[in-house]
Design a binder for this molecule. Structure first.
Ligand code: ADP
Length: 553
């Protein structure tokens, strides 16, 4: 009705006003399109209101759009005046559904209080806080919100920069999990460490006890005890060493102790020691050491190599035992033996002569002839024994010397075989010998060795009367073996049968003897630059052999 009363002029003026409004709106729209300003119409109780952000130039827009963070600007009613597309993406809505909407819509109820506090603070000064926003699908996304109030042409606005904390929160969660795991591992390690510490403590205690134990024992025995490093230089002596030599630790360590050795013993001792070090084998040697008063005494040195689990030599542990008194006793015994056997030899020789004279008598009664023959056998045995004793004495005095000629070992072997079949009438000798075996040697002494091997083979084979005599040639050496099928030898005994006076103790088997035969044989063979060897199996038999270099040409 009112319109009907309006004049044409009034209507024209109204039209003109509307036209101007449209033009203004078009211009604003153009400006928005070209990016000159940010602007927005907002419907509210006051009707339609246009908000513009005149500061938003092109650079600012590009910058805001390129940010990883979400950016929104709210008016005093918390309506979103501006949002970059990043925020819209974060929230899962198109940009058109975000702008003009109250920001609180995206805040879940539980965070509304917190949000209010932050907004209130944000209007006054810059503020920051973490809370979660709800996206379109209802999912809560953690954000860091930074508030800054701005003064715009159309009044105050609040800008919020939103940083998505999901990734960070995930990392934090993972980190927490890792921390828990780390803590568990730490606890485990600390448990292990404790255990290790306990073990180390225990071992250290054990070590201390064994070291003290060792020291106590070493200092309270009459034997000299020493240890060396892997190179063989002395790093420890027990009390006994210092008491005996009168030397100080400084004079004794390393190679210092060598000064206490008797001059003539130094070189052979060092040779034996070097050999032991090179081979990592036991050291066993006799030498003289100077006592504090300047007198020398004989010692038996024994060294034992200490090896680690991998068999690497780490140290040597050794003893030196004073054997001066035993040596003296032995020398006396040797001297007695030498004198006694010489003394015995003279009457024995005349006894043998008288027996031979008696044997020349004809027409003696049968029984007397038999007695004379038996007396002759006994005298032969006695002579054999005395010869052995004399040989041992000679060896001890270093006087076992004999001439050597080139000879054929086969001849000697044949003579021994003939001799043996005469002495041991029922013995079967299997001959496995070469045709010619030239060697340099002493025929009588070699015969003595072979006869000794044959007599042992017979003596220690009570149930068998068969032996083999075999020769083999290898690398310009000939080996003569006397093989039997008798009682055999244990490994320990095999190592010792060439020692002076060594006899195997066997409760099941006993024969007389003095343990000199193999000792003398070994010495004779040594003089021939040869070597004796034994191979044997208990209750199966033995093969005792010697090898000699063959004489060329
Ligand atoms: P003897 O025979 O006088 O005891 P030997 O020096 O000839 O002395 O031998 C030393 C030891 O070696 C003997 O006592 C014996 O126990 C052992 N033996 C030697 N030859 C043999 C052998 N063929 N079989 C078994 N044992 C042997």
């Amino acid at each position: 009705m009112m319109n009907q009363t309006k004049t044409y002029e009034e209507l024209s003026a109204e039209l003109e006003e509307l036209r101007l409004q449209v033009q203004e709106a078009n211009e604003t729209l153009h400006a928005i399109k070209t990016g000159q300003i940010d602007a927005i119409f907002v419907e509210n109780e006051k009707g339609r209101q246009l908000y513009t952000l005149k500061t938003a130039d092109q650079t600012y827009r590009v910058f805001i759009e390129k940010m990883k963070e979400g950016a929104v600007t709210l008016n005093s009613n918390e309506l979103i005046l501006y949002s970059n597309s990043q925020f819209a993406t974060m929230i899962g809505e198109p940009l058109s559904k975000v702008i003009g909407i109250p920001f609180r819509r995206f805040i879940p109820d539980i965070y509304k209080n917190e949000f209010d506090k932050l907004v209130k603070k944000g209007w006054g000064s810059d503020s920051k806080g973490e809370l979660s926003l709800q996206n379109k699908t209802g999912q809560l996304i953690p954000f860091l919100l930074s508030f800054t109030s701005l003064e715009l042409d159309d009044g105050m606005a609040l800008s919020i920069i939103l940083t998505d904390l999901s990734a960070q929160k995930n990392v934090e969660k993972e980190l927490q999990l890792k921390n828990v795991q780390l803590e568990a591992i730490k606890q485990k390690i600390s448990g292990m460490n404790e255990q290790l510490e306990e073990t180390v403590e225990e071992r250290t205690k054990d070590l201390l006890i064994s070291r003290e134990h060792f020291k106590f024992l070493a200092d309270n025995i009459p034997v000299i005890v020493w240890t060396t490093g892997q190179d063989g230089s002395i790093d420890y002596f027990n009390k006994r060493w210092y008491e005996f030599t009168g030397l100080s630790p400084e004079q004794s360590m390393g190679l210092g102790s060598q000064a206490a050795l008797y001059d003539a013993d130094l070189e052979p001792t060092l040779n034996a020691w070097t050999q032991a070090i090179e081979k990592g084998a036991h050291f066993d040697f006799e030498y003289r050491i100077r006592r504090a008063d300047g007198k020398y005494r004989w010692f038996l040195g024994k060294g034992h190599p200490l090896k680690d689990e991998e068999g690497k030599l780490v140290a040597w542990f050794g003893t030196s035992t004073d054997i001066e008194d035993q040596k003296k006793e032995m020398e006396k015994k040797d001297e007695f033996m030498s004198v006694a056997s010489h003394e015995l030899k003279t009457p024995l020789t005349s006894l043998k002569g008288y027996i031979q004279l008696m044997q020349q008598h004809r027409d003696l009664p049968d029984n007397i002839e038999k007695y004379i023959s038996k007396a002759n056998d006994s005298v032969n045995k006695l002579q054999h024994l005395i010869n052995d004793l004399l040989d041992v004495s000679k060896i001890e005095a270093g006087k076992l010397k004999f001439d050597m000629h080139k000879l054929n070992l086969v001849d000697i072997l044949n003579a021994c075989i003939e001799n043996s079949s005469y002495i041991y009438a029922s013995l079967k000798i299997k001959k496995e010998i070469g045709k010619t075996l030239p060697v340099f040697g002493n025929g009588e002494r070699l015969e003595q060795v072979i006869m000794n091997l044959v007599s042992n083979a017979v003596k220690y084979s009570p149930d068998k009367n068969e032996i083999i005599i075999r020769t083999t040639v290898e690398n310009d050496r000939v080996t003569v073996s006397v093989i039997d099928f008798g009682i055999g030898l244990t490994e320990t005994d095999q190592k010792r049968i060439f020692e002076r006076f060594y006899r195997v103790e066997n409760s099941n088997f006993f024969t007389s003897g003095l343990g000199m035969g193999l000792y003398i044989s070994a010495q004779i063979i040594k003089e021939h630059h040869g070597k004796m060897q034994v191979q044997s199996q208990l209750n199966k038999g033995s093969s005792i052999s010697f090898s000699l270099p063959l004489a060329g040409g």
